[in-house]
Write a protein that binds this ligand. Structure first.
Ligand SMILES: Cc1cc2nc3c(=O)[nH]c(=O)nc-3n(C[C@H](O)[C@H](O)[C@H](O)COP(=O)(O)O)c2cc1C
Length: 306
């Protein structure tokens, strides 16, 4: 997710966030913003830079984003939201912009305001709609209301992507079956285990998802560290890895001490030594939550994002 204003004002940090490589295709650039003409111009500039697919974040509930009138704040005014959609679609081309939504909070739990918004976006030429069926006020509390995704699928004639409580590939498969969605957006599940995408493809082909072992998790951490060293930003990437690796340790017995030590380490060799040492003497991999029981995630229950 990058700021439309950041593109508009040619901010260095914004362009940094867009760094990628040629194998990262298809690539959708997600924007946040609030002013139709800034968003139109941002899409225009990004098209000139070679990007072809866009998404507008209308679900972000981070206070800093809401205060600017962006993210989930856009859900409050259907007319304004649709005028932004038209501006972006005008610059990108019909079908080339998707919209990421949370539930509209009308205080009553009705779907009519949400329906108006989604029909308006579809009518404006949206390529797809993604729904995380919680209100912004809910944050990550309670359960995602997948039945509202099913309702959206029956309401609009554009592809609907499902989001919310997709912690494992089995959750994803169940969500597709229950909602009729055209696709999924793995989020916390992928932050905890990027192999969820491979697991999903395996299940789709009727194969079992490869088992999680200490060795497979160690390999994944190693690979992520190597990529961060090769492509990242030195110390800034190290700081980021200090947040990323603890997520990968979810479900591993005896990893508490390692999490604390990782948060304190200051150099790549130090981080590498900690991880290598843990996995060499690692304790057993505790049972990860079963897919049926995995609709709560204490790690991000309070995470103020998305
Ligand atoms: C740390 C974090 C960062 C997120 N960043 C974004 C984002 O940049 N864009 C977006 O559309 N959603 C973002 N989300 C929201 C997720 O896409 C997703 O809708 C939400 O986490 C619910 O799915 P889940 O319960 O499977 O995690 C983020 C969520 C988390 C936890």
């Amino acid at each position: 997710m990058i700021s439309a204003k950041g593109i508009f004002f040619n901010g260095n940090n914004t362009w940094k966030l867009l760094r990628t490589n040629s194998s990262d295709q298809p690539l959708v650039v997600q924007l946040f913003g609030t002013d139709p003409s800034t968003l139109r111009e941002a899409v225009h500039v990004l098209r000139e830079a070679g990007h072809g697919w866009f998404d507008l974040n209308m679900g972000c509930s981070v206070p800093k984003v809401l205060r600017q009138g962006a993210g989930a704040a856009l859900l409050k005014d259907v007319g304004h939201a649709v005028s932004i959609a038209r501006a972006m679609l005008d610059a990108a081309g019909r079908g080339r912009v998707g919209f990421k939504l949370r539930l509209v909070d009308d205080g009553l739990g009705n779907s009519s305001a949400m329906d108006d918004l989604c029909l308006g976006l579809a009518d404006a030429g949206a390529g797809w709609l993604t729904l995380h069926p919680r209100t912004a006020r809910q944050g990550f509390g309670g359960e995602a209301r997948w039945e509202r995704i099913a309702h959206l699928v029956s309401l609009v004639d554009v592809p609907v992507l499902a989001s919310g409580d997709l912690f494992t590939a089995l959750d994803g498969r169940r969500c597709l079956a229950e909602t009729g969605a055209a696709g999924l957006m793995y989020a916390r599940g992928a932050l905890r285990d990027p192999a969820v995408f491979g697991d999903h493809l395996a299940l789709e082909q009727g194969l079992p998802a490869p088992p999680k072992t200490l060795a497979s998790i160690a390999r994944m951490i190693r690979r992520h560290m190597d990529l961060a060293i090769e492509h990242g930003d030195g110390d800034a990437s190290l700081l980021k890895m200090r947040c990323v690796i603890p997520r990968y340790l979810h479900g591993i017995a005896g990893a508490k001490r390692l999490r604390v030590d990782i948060c304190r380490c200051r150099t790549w060799p130090e981080l590498e030594a900690l991880v290598t040492d843990f996995f060499r003497h690692g304790e057993s991999l505790a049972q990860r939550p079963s897919p049926g029981a995995a609709r709560r995630d204490p790690w991000t229950e309070t995470a103020p994002s998305g």
